[in-house]
Design a protein around this ligand. Structure first.
Ligand code: ZN
Ligand code: ZN
Length: 377
């Protein structure tokens, strides 16, 4: 692929704004339009060239790629997702720079660093999944040089010393023991690029720190300590190197009502002693906001655990849901009135409220004793 100077074709300078480019294109398009020049092959070619130049320079993304690499990726643009559009373009550009010569040692690819952040989520957000906007500073394309690293915004050229590989071979030793050692090229500092006049803003790297807002989808069922990774949302690599990733660590906020055990939730509730003896119905809250009625049968012991299937948290990456376990405890008041005290004293005298006197609830020890007595007798 031959380098075409789209700016020269439209007769505009490299830092022209979109309006200037549009005006220049209209003027030339009118002049060379095939309808106005019937049968004129030369005008037809010129018109194609103008249109191609305009198509690239009028589109900010295409223009940036062109400024950076001197060409625009021919293949139909990105398939969405987090795929890095640069990797492919760089590949194509290098094919054209080196005229199809297969790279024996590969050019240096300088990948951007990962960005590490943590994000606090409530159990409600974990249960339903959530979308968050995360703001951070990352290395991004330098506007001044449009990522080229060059003060004139010219596409980077391969370094002549190392042929763009970023490495130089040295012979070490002699005779049979001669070895070839590769070291970073001192001319280009290992980048593989030759930039005669580096951009003063980014010092030739083509990237500089910028604020970035990333929309992050957090699927249901995340677990504290888990790290979500978003490909390509980290620092951009210099000179079109692939971007690093955004690594988001999930931090779980403690919940005021529920404890979590994997996909299961635990809810502790206190009910009155008469409620346990006579039975009642209680309302149990859930993470979705709606409450569930739970029947406490008469004679339920304190500490009993009830299981509400499917009312727990979803398992990450699955439709399965955990359970909500409800443990009921008897509520013991700290202070009672004289009247209540009299009532309780009456209850105390009644044998039915005394655990030791009830044969059904003999202790484990008592049962052992009974067993020995029978054997002796
Ligand atoms: Zn720059
Ligand atoms: Zn070099």
């Amino acid at each position: 692929m031959k380098y075409k100077d789209y700016y020269a074709i439209l007769g505009v300078s490299r830092d022209s704004d979109t309006a200037t480019i549009k005006a220049a294109y209209r003027k030339l398009a009118l002049q060379y339009h095939p309808d106005r020049n019937p049968g004129n092959k030369e005008a037809e070619e010129k018109f194609k060239e103008i249109s191609e130049a305009y198509e690239v320079l009028s589109d900010p993304e295409k223009r940036r790629q062109y400024d950076l690499f001197g060409t625009v990726g021919g293949a139909a643009g990105g398939g969405g997702g987090y795929a890095d559009p640069f990797a492919q373009v760089v590949e194509e550009v290098f094919e054209s720079f080196f005229g199809g010569r297969r790279r024996s040692r590969g050019r240096p690819v300088i990948q951007g660093e990962d960005v590490r952040l943590s994000i606090e989520l409530t159990l409600e957000e974990i249960a339903a999944g959530t979308t968050r906007e995360v703001e951070y500073v990352r290395e991004d394309i330098c506007d001044h040089c449009r990522g080229t690293g060059s003060a004139e915004r010219m596409p980077p050229k391969p370094c002549a010393t190392c042929q763009g590989t970023g490495q130089v071979a040295y012979r070490v030793g002699g005779g049979f023991f001669q070895q070839i050692v590769y070291q970073p090229c001192s001319t280009c500092g290992g980048s593989g690029f030759y930039i005669p006049h580096p951009c003063p803003i980014c010092e030739g790297k083509g990237v500089r720190p910028k604020r970035h807002v990333q929309v992050v989808d957090i699927p249901p069922g995340a677990v504290g300590g888990m790290t979500l990774s978003l490909r390509g949302a980290g620092h951009k690599g210099p000179w079109g190197g692939p971007a690093g990733d955004l690594l988001l660590e999930i931090v779980e906020k403690p919940h005021p009502t529920f404890a979590r055990d994997g996909e299961d939730l635990i809810y502790e509730v206190w009910v009155s002693y008469p409620d346990l003896v006579l039975g009642t119905t209680i309302e149990v809250p859930t993470l979705t906001g709606e409450s569930v009625s739970l029947r406490i049968e008469p004679g339920t012991p304190s500490g009993e655990v009830f299981k509400l299937p499917g009312k727990g948290l979803p398992r990450y990456g699955s439709r399965r849901k955990g359970n909500l376990f409800v443990q009921v405890h008897v509520w013991v008041p700290r202070k009672v009135s004289r009247q209540e005290k009299e009532l309780l004293e009456q209850m105390r005298k009644s044998q039915i409220f005394s655990p030791a006197k009830r044969p059904m609830e003999k202790s484990f020890l008592q049962r052992l004793k009974d067993l020995f007595r029978r054997e002796e007798g």
